[in-house]
Design a protein around this ligand. Structure first.
Ligand code: NDP
Ligand code: 8X3
Length: 252
């Protein structure tokens, strides 16, 4: 039985990853800020008979991230996989009218949070002699869109980081995979717009991906033979051809 670290497991893709890895008998080491959700997650998954270690962590805070990694119980080691999933978007304003607080939240979570935990986990994976870092990017990092400015830039940073990490880790037996989803129906848009009704409209009249669809692909990547590194995958709903082009809009 292996172990997997999942950041942002209280909702959406992170929550779905926790489910699929537990189902396949991986122990879970998970975090998020909404610890009540993690308690529920642990209860929901207890029938799989795996160990679940969870902690309230704000990924923007390096001290909290370090405490989290240092608190991993010894019997949950070695850690096979780190899934850098915690992330968010705030607003869809042009750059000149965007909120600077929102910029900080996105940059500090989507970039710095990933850097903090990856830096903390690599030494452990190096000493184990194996490991796999799976970073959740986005098609927003491949194809910017109006109002996406900071969010798109944070995801483009992850794409760049993946490549560079592969080079830094080339002699370590640690794999790095970038996952770039298109539209996935989660709490993402509710967080972005701070408005449930507006968020619902994003997914209206088409079939978006589910969090489970992405978790399924992540699990596949994590379970290839050790000499296989799926470097990057773009996963789209069939009805979405690019960030701005989808079947619904053609039907208007
Ligand atoms: P959700 O809003 O459903 O989940 C986001 C998760 O991130 C939550 O568990 C949240 O937990 C956690 N999180 C956010 N900020 C922090 C923080 N500061 N510290 C710790 N955890 C945090 O959205 P998704 O599941 O859709 O998003 C997951 C990832 O997928 C993100 O990186 C997102 O950018 C990416 N993505 C999403 C797409 C989509 O269309 N939904 C498409 C492409 C990529 P909590 O609030 O409890 O802290
Ligand atoms: C989330 C997908 O297109 O809303 O990363 O940016 S998008």
């Amino acid at each position: 039985m292996g172990s997997v670290i999942i950041t942002g497991a209280s909702s959406g893709i992170g929550r779905a990853c926790a489910g699929i890895f537990a189902q396949n008998r991986y122990n879970l080491i998970v975090n998020a800020r909404r610890v009540d959700r993690l308690e529920r997650l642990a209860k929901d998954l207890e029938d799989y008979g795996v160990r679940i270690f969870f902690q309230k962590v704000d990924m923007r805070n390096n001290d909290e991230v370090l405490t989290f990694i240092r608190s991993i119980p010894e019997d949950l080691k070695p850690v096979d996989v780190l899934i850098n999933n915690a992330g968010l978007s705030r607003g869809l304003e042009p750059l000149d009218t965007g909120s600077i607080d929102d910029w900080h939240e996105m940059i500090d979570t989507n970039i710095k949070g990933v850097l903090y935990i990856t830096r903390a986990v690599i030494p452990m994976m190096k000493s184990q002699g194996f490991g796999h870092i799976i970073n959740i990017g986005s098609i927003a990092g491949l194809e910017p869109y109006p109002g996406g400015n900071i969010y798109c830039a944070t995801k483009a940073a992850i794409k760049s980081l993946n490549k560079s990490l592969r080079m830094d880790l080339i002699r370590t037996n640690i794999r790095v995979t970038g996952i770039d989803p298109g539209m996935v129906e989660t709490e993402f848009s509710e967080v972005r717009f701070r408005d449930r009704q507006k968020a619902k409209k994003v997914y209206e009249k088409l079939k978006p991906l589910t969090a489970h669809d992405i978790a399924d692909v992540i699990y596949f990547c994590a379970t290839r033979p050790a000499h296989v590194d799926i470097e990057e995958l773009v996963i789209m709903p069939t009805q979405q051809a690019s960030v701005l082009i989808n079947d619904r809009d053609y039907r208007k």
